[in-house]
Design a protein around this ligand. Structure first.
Ligand code: 6PG
Length: 286
């Protein structure tokens, strides 16, 4: 796995929008356009949804006209980039957010929605010991890995196609999906999905719970098989990290987002003005 140095920005299409609402609009338009193109050429569109708060407005737009009518829902397969090991009704669940804002409002066939279900409590959702929680999380990751395997060939194969579009967020510590600094999962080359224990301090966003949590995540190796990857970052709090990932040279163990550079696909960064504030001038949209 190669982490890009200063070259990452030159491999990325960076678009800067004046505010979060316009960023959501630009992202919804891109998703709808890519969905239509994929369905026209390949008969289906495979999409991985990010968690966190930033994509919420994009999802809401996809559920409303004109985008809801533009999306070829019958042929869209929805996956997730990562999920907390909580129940699907838990307020911290990425699945719940996407269902509440988007999926419950559009005519997508239920069997085309593929949540990462990874509750690690006992059968009654109660406490289990650490070893039991770890086993349960990896069982869930194995199941998701297998599911992805039924759609996409093995990551090790040179021509293995991946998802059509992966939407990602960026944490202020450089994490993306549930690929956190220092995690062993960063080095994973063979799996498509893996489990990771994320400590409370590292998790970010309004859905972080203040406790260590097992999570399931797509691996960087699998994300990099995608035809298109779109990072979404907004707000001044992200500005330093956006600059470090796109223009800095720190090593990848510290900044997992730098591991994301699709092998044969496109890498886009959609930023609002505040998140892009520290980038050097001279990019599209600035
Ligand atoms: C999550 C995602 C995480 C997220 C970033 C950014 O479920 O939280 O795993 O990678 O995309 O933490 O989150 P915000 O969009 O909330 O800033």
């Amino acid at each position: 796995m190669i982490a890009y140095g200063g070259a990452l920005r030159s491999r990325s299409l960076v678009r800067v929008f004046p505010d979060p609402a316009t960023m959501a609009l630009g992202t919804a338009a891109l998703i709808a356009a890519e969905a239509r193109r994929a369905v026209k050429t390949r008969g289906r569109f495979t999409l991985a949804l990010a968690g966190g708060a930033t994509p919420r407005e994009t999802y809401a737009l996809l559920a409303r006209p004109p985008f809801a009518a533009l999306m070829p829902w019958e042929n869209v397969e929805v996956f997730w980039t990562d999920e907390r090991c909580v129940g699907p009704d838990d307020p911290r669940s990425n699945e719940r957010m996407a269902r509440d804002v988007l999926l419950d409002h559009v005519p997508i066939p239920p069997d085309r929605v593929h949540p990462m279900r990874c509750l690690v409590g006992g059968a009654d959702g109660g406490d289990v010991d650490q070893a039991g929680a770890e086993r349960a999380a990896w069982t869930c990751a194995d199941r998701y890995d297998e599911l992805l395997g039924s759609f996409f060939p093995t990551p090790g194969e040179p021509s293995a196609p991946g998802l059509d579009l992966v939407l990602l967020g960026l944490g202020v510590n450089g994490h993306t999906a549930s690929l956190f600094p220092g995690s062993e999962v960063l080095l994973e080359e063979k799996r498509r999905a893996a489990a990771a224990l994320v400590d409370a301090a590292a998790g970010s966003g309004p859905t972080a719970a203040g406790q260590d949590l097992w999570r399931i995540t797509l691996t960087a190796a699998f994300i990099n098989k995608a035809a298109s990857v779109v990072f979404l970052a907004g707000g001044a709090a992200k500005a330093k990290m956006v600059k470090a990932v796109l223009e800095g040279s720190s090593d990848a163990a510290h900044l997992p987002a730098r591991l994301i550079h699709p092998e044969g696909g496109s890498l886009r960064w959609h930023l609002d003005d505040d998140a892009a504030a520290l980038l050097d001038a001279g990019m599209e949209g600035r």
